[in-house]
Design a protein. Structure first.
Length: 244
């Protein structure tokens, strides 16, 4: 099924610069993200990926430049954004089930009427695990539970930080397929931070290559090239070019 992507940019980032002390982590970044797209942000550690995402979420204000989402300040749109962290620190020995894990979240978030947790768990393929203890889930299953939690309240944007960092290859494939399904069938604008070039090449519509400044942005086939990889990761990465 062909996705419909709007012509007008949904997220507009203009000349964004941000520093921590004397260290510049974002240097005059300008780019756009289309509504309904699946956009990957590639870059080495320390390239500013997380800082840019935090600015998109309205959790920090850049030193210079502007970010708008549908013409609004990100802080006004914060309740429309779901976020899935790379790691969630909590006591996994807590004797709560997957369903209870989601219900605790709905009790602490009242911005929107929440969706039925059973329906959401079906969306992420966890129906069979609804009564399983949250601490016994595999890495991939737990990431899907975090995505379910992020989607309990209606979200227009889903941001995922290294969603497959602690998952085996089979679980990674399943996770990316699920993200693509949510993106295609529900029109959720997905933004994911990733180091996995192969998966990005296969699933992303658009890739933003970032190393404190914008290296390039475009389709995976246009952006994931030996020259760009050298700029991002150094000469040793230049040999890796995927033709999938």
């Amino acid at each position: 099924m062909q996705k419909k992507i709007s012509i007008k940019p949904y997220i507009e980032i203009k000349d964004v610069t941000h520093r921590y002390g004397t260290i510049t982590v974002l240097d005059q970044i300008s780019c756009t993200i289309e509504k309904g797209s699946l956009t990957a942000i590639l870059g080495p550690n320390g390239s500013g990926k997380t800082t840019l995402v935090r600015a998109i979420m309205g959790l920090l204000t850049p030193d210079k430049g502007t970010i708008t989402i549908n013409g609004k300040n990100p802080k006004e749109m914060r309740t429309n954004i779901g976020y899935v962290p790379q790691q969630l620190q909590f006591d996994r020995t807590l004797p709560i089930t997957v369903k209870e894990f989601l219900e605790v979240y709905t009790c602490t978030n009242t911005h929107h009427q929440h969706k039925d947790s059973t329906h959401i768990l079906a969306e992420v393929g966890l129906t069979e695990h609804i009564h399983q203890k949250i601490g016994t889930l595999s890495g991939g299953q737990f990431q899907r539970a975090l995505i379910a939690r992020a989607l309990l309240h209606k979200k227009d944007i889903l941001i995922l930080d290294e969603p497959s960092a602690a998952i085996d290859a089979e679980g990674e494939e399943t996770l990316y397929q699920m993200i693509e399904k949510l993106n295609r069938e529900h029109g959720i604008t997905c933004i994911l931070i990733s180091h996995d070039i192969t998966m990005v090449h296969r699933f992303a519509d658009s890739v933003l290559c970032l190393n404190k400044e914008k290296i390039c942005q475009g389709t995976p086939s246009d952006t994931i090239t030996p020259d760009v990889l050298k700029k991002l990761y150094g000469s040793e990465m230049g040999m890796y070019h995927h033709h999938h």
